[in-house]
Design a protein around this ligand. Sequence first.
Ligand SMILES: [Zn+2]
Length: 262
Amino acid sequence: MLLGEPPPTQADLHFRLFGFPVRVHPFFWVVALLLGIGGGGPADPVKVLIWVAVVFVSILVHELGHAFLQRYYGGRPWITLYGFGGLASCNDCDRSPRSHIIILLAGPMAGFLLALALVATIRLAGHSVGLILASNAVILDEGGLSWRWVRPFVLFAADFDNFSSSALNLAIEYALFINILWGLINLLPIYPLDGGQISRELFTLGNPRRGIVLSLQLSVGAAVLVAAYGLLALKDIYIGLMFGFLAYGSYQALRAYQNHWR
Ligand SMILES: [Zn+2]
């Protein structure tokens, strides 16, 4: 999602997955922890631990989606997890609009596929799973992040027949929530989210210079709308701050671009 790579630190975690070098910046754990604790009230350490583990796996799967397609198009990517997101970067990646759009789509798609695999596994285990009216969804209400956030956006939420292990139930709830919601948020036409980069590729197909301006204007407008909605309708300062920050970033980029070409 984010474009700049953070400088290396002593606390970086390094490993290889499917041949891709992976680096986890310490801020990744800090942000995941803060989001897990957020929502007020005393945080249950087991819940927070499950939350952080599910965030880690989910964001890694999202970035792997990008990385596998980058490799498919001949690149040698590496993955960085940083903040509440990550990066799959490479120096030798195919930059043609078509392959770039497919690479960008692969991140959210990987998350949707994981959610789908999870639903299939729950079904195979003999438990029912499906969509229920979001207004009836009570899951996750104690966990900080909650389906309450998405209720105004979506009519339905995923629900399932609980297992005997409450830790497993929580992990499934978090995984469905993150992989579906994170994918949807990432598809918004807001820069530098995947959707914002896709919209820029599409806008610049016809006229590159005009396309960049149009995609950044769309990015500012969409981010302002989401920020206002978060603040006014959801009364959620985090959504307001995050999308306000993204709106400001796009506005700055737009100003810089227009000054450059004046
Ligand atoms: Zn992505």
